[in-house]
Design a protein around this ligand. Sequence first.
Ligand SMILES: [Fe+2]
Length: 346
Amino acid sequence: MEMKKSFRATVCVAALMVSSASVSFAADEVNIYSYRQPFLIEPLLEAFTKETGIRTNLIFANKGLETRIKAEGEYSPADLLLSTDVGRLQAAAQQGIAQPVVSDTLKANIPAHFRDGDNQWFGLTSRARVVYASKERVEQDSITYEELSDPKWQGRICTRSGQHDYTIGLIASMIVHHGAEETKTWLEGVKANLARRPTGNDRAQVKAVYAGECDIALGNTYYMGKMQTNDKEPEQKQWAESVRILFPNSDGRGTHVNISGMLLTKHAPNRESAVKLMEFLSSEEAQQIYAEGNFEYPVKEGVQPSELVMSWGSFTPDSVELSKIADARKEASELVDIVDFDAGAN
Ligand SMILES: [Fe+2]
């Protein structure tokens, strides 16, 4: 059985991009399948190995990891899946590729609204979906998601596709707070205010504000850090310089946040060591490294984000359970189609 497992593991590794130079699946190792990039995860794994002596193998891919884990079944070498977006984590759990982890450490370190009620997935970092507002053309210093449907923003809003995970998460959070009917009306209003058809990624929307095509854009917080520190494409620093971040609803029900997170696979061959790694990732030390690496927010209370991230201002996050938002995603996606959001304003 062990031989077979190792063989399958080797096949699997060959088919994927592997960041670790030599990959073997001996005892006291943890195998990680990750949608998060190696540059972000490797410093964490190094710290873990230094502290525990447990070695790790990291396999990175842009897509298909859930399918792979499912296909590998009980022979899967994967212990942990690292992913982004609560929708993806919840969907993975619903596919039956996760197993619950009951851990006092995880419970103590990760706030309840950032983990699954059945202990199938756990958040590790959070990011807020905010408004990037033109410094030149937007005077107000606070905003709400609700007011994005106000005609005062007509022809002034840029966003990526309504069907993208990030937008779906935000619309799902509106459904959780206001119900589907009211959210539909709101979405029609936002659509009517779009400066152009939804196109491009989050950074492309900020670029459009910089270029004067729109006055406000929706985007995730960490892109501000990626633009501000971008030496490869220094023009992105100018895009960032043209806007400031407004945290919608921070004075009220809180700003919509999503997570990156982890789950233990159903057939994890190194369960005990993998749980140790999960607990380590929720620790203060790891939370700091992880959140800083991608300009995100630690989920563990009391751990500060980086200085650059703090310079964007503090805010009150929406504390609604993320699993409720995940549950509303299907309805959110349907609304996007019903109002034909991606066609832009008529
Ligand atoms: Fe992103």
